[in-house]
Design a protein around this ligand. Sequence first.
Ligand code: ADP
Ligand code: ADP
Ligand code: MG
Length: 669
Amino acid sequence: MIIRTLLIANRGEIACRIARTARRLGIRTIAVYSEADADSLHVESCDEAWPIGAASARDSYLRGDVILDVAKRAGADAIHPGYGFLSENADFARACADAGIIFVGPPASAIEAMGSKSAAKQLMEKAKVPLVPGYHGDKQEPAFLERQANRIGYPVLIKASAGGGGKGMKVVEQPVDFAAQLASAKREASASFGDDKVLIEKYLVRPRHVEIQIFADGHGNCLHLFERDCSVQRRHQKVIEEAPAPGMAEARRREMGDAAVAAARAISYVGAGTVEFIVDAAGDFFFMEMNTRLQVEHPVTEAITGLDLVEWQLRVASGEPLPLAQDQLRINGHAFEARLYAEDPARDFVPQTGRLAALRFPTDGVRIDTGVREGDSVSVHYDPMIAKLIVHGADRTEALDRLSRALEATRVAGLATNIGFLAALARHPAFAAGDVHTGFIAEHEADLLPPAQPAGDIHLALAALAFMAARTREAREEAVRSGDPFSPWHRVDGWRLNDDAHHRLAFRDGEAERVVTLHFRRDGFVLDLPGGSMPVQLLAEEDGLLTVLLDGVRREATVIRDGLDYWVLPGAGQPDRRLSLIDPLLEAEAMAEGAGARFTAPMPGKIVQVLIEAGAKVTKGAALMVMEAMKMEHTIAAPADGTVAELHYGTGDLVEEGAELLRFEPAKG
Ligand code: ADP
Ligand code: ADP
Ligand code: MG
């Protein structure tokens, strides 16, 4: 292979994943990193790592000039862009070529051809690839677009031409909403992509998202590596992907594969690419877009083909022909991928930031692609994906069973994640039946997002035992330090020397407060819990893994202490829970600070618009600020009539979750 040194212009799991293959092939790897990523896993995964700028992607991972300069200085002969960032930036691909460095991706012209969804559709129309009915021309006057929407028929979908990641996309159910949705889509599109051009499409109901992985080399060969079904989505973003697609007939697979290969050939494609189709209830398929890069969910294709797509990319970029021909490819079994995100399903999936106090995966029967380790942080600057879990089985049932088990054996603490939601999805009977469509999550929301239950007795008992385990350890350490290991003052089996020594612990459980009283017994404790009394015993504790006897039943569970937070992860299909120990001292301080109406950022993000001035009197419902988080706009509105007493942030400021945005004084009376 002519590539000897590869610079990986990305971060996180994909940078680690690319490094793994490169190293296996004996290629020297160069990482680049922002100030926020100096100690990250992707830096450690490479032979060398070069700093490229500040935390914000705009100042680091999107700086093509800086990255190219590093590539030259580090002696890289190729750059792999991963996905996101510069992967679909034609100017960057061209700049690499001009500098004599191989861009591991398609030629700049192919990126350009597919870069605009509208232009791509015009091309595909010519290549006779079926399209969803819609308008994808250049005219952008609102009145004209509205007429097009009426012609197409509601519901319609407005899409940013330059879009990706589900951003700048708005479903419009009825004509009265069109103008407002168009304006919003255009704002999101220009904020995310610097281009507010949109297209209008018929919005299909209960469709499937089925995409074809294609590969082409520089010798005129082009083939497909079958399909992936990515129908299970939330806000048009993929959650669980699988290959092959459930219920796919061989003839339809061939037709879709041929259409995808035709699409790639139409733009003289080279390298790995994905042609995304939307499939209606009748099974008819329509071109949606082509992603001219490695896809997040490529591992499911690797699992069913036994191939390494990054290796293929590197071979093709080196000028080698494709390693296999179409008739040498076979589907073996079934594979799933689940995307583990730092987000809170209980609060409309708002992205979470913070330290991963625990991150533990099962080791057998699952491939874990991740860019973080236990103790690392998920920051406000980048995508909140923590890991991808990939499983393979002889058939769909076996693979799905493995996925459920892998999700249930995963332990994450320190911030809210979608792990419980993913596990509920994997266990859902309709999912098991293969009845997937893009509205699946919305349709089964009640099952997938059950209303919050109070913490169970088991959670409280485990938190209390973890508290005692920590106390015992601290007391033992203190005794050793004091030089008198037998001093009665270091005993933790009771504060008082009377018969019923007990200790009262209070935990915050969401909004509620729960109390556990521990009664000390010779062989453990009796706990007074909301559901009654329970004899318990702590048999062992190591690194958060507790072995306990609860009511005589021996079991294991994980409880991770993170400051005052107790992340109780009971396993065995029981939900995870965060309980916060109420420290009476801290509570008193907080009460003393007094209450004013506080406006805190519901998630990390950026202030894109401030609509009022400090001191402004506003009426209930008035828009005060527009915050952008995960490239979507969120409007902060007045909860009542009142005055905006202080503004703490201005347009363009970045805010952390929980930051106070402004101080609001409700009108009296
Ligand atoms: P895919 O189509 O590959 O499954 P998605 O559409 O889910 O990817 O991802 C949305 C887009 O968000 C990706 O195309 C990529 O551009 C961007 N993206 C996702 N994750 C990251 C990340 N960790 N870093 C940078 N960009 C990302
Ligand atoms: P992105 O670049 O954000 O990935 P896509 O055009 O691929 O944008 O669309 C993302 C998702 O939106 C699709 O996977 C699908 O679920 C949904 N979608 C797109 N077009 C349509 C449509 N015409 N009707 C119904 N759903 C659609
Ligand atoms: Mg897409």
